[in-house]
Design a protein. Structure first.
Length: 101
């Protein structure tokens, strides 16, 4: 999950926020690893293939897809989704937000 902040925040602030979001999503049955918010960790970029028995693409999804558990799109499905929805990752580059509280 990417949360565009584009503002002056510390790792300590984003770490606490990431843990809270992870706990909320885990309570709803989602698999989340908040430790990837650590500067020593690496993350896979949007639209990258993820290895596995059935390779999927690290693709941005809508909240409706998250709630419905519609995750794990293969490369063909991602191309179709971009044609239908546009680039759902694009707002990360321009959206300005602040952490709550």
């Amino acid at each position: 999950m990417w949360v565009p902040l584009n503002s002056e925040v510390t790792h300590q602030q984003t770490g606490a926020f990431a843990r809270q979001v992870a706990q909320l999503l885990e309570g709803r049955g989602a698999k989340v690893d908040a430790s990837l918010n650590d500067p020593a960790q690496t993350t896979i970029s949007a639209y990258s293939l993820c290895a596995g028995k059935r390779p999927v693409v690290s693709a941005p999804v809508t909240w409706e897809e998250v709630e419905a558990g519609e995750l794990g799109h293969d490369h063909k499905a991602v191309i179709e989704r971009i044609g239908e929805h546009g680039d759902l990752f694009a707002p990360v580059l321009t959206l300005v937000q602040q952490l709550p509280g």
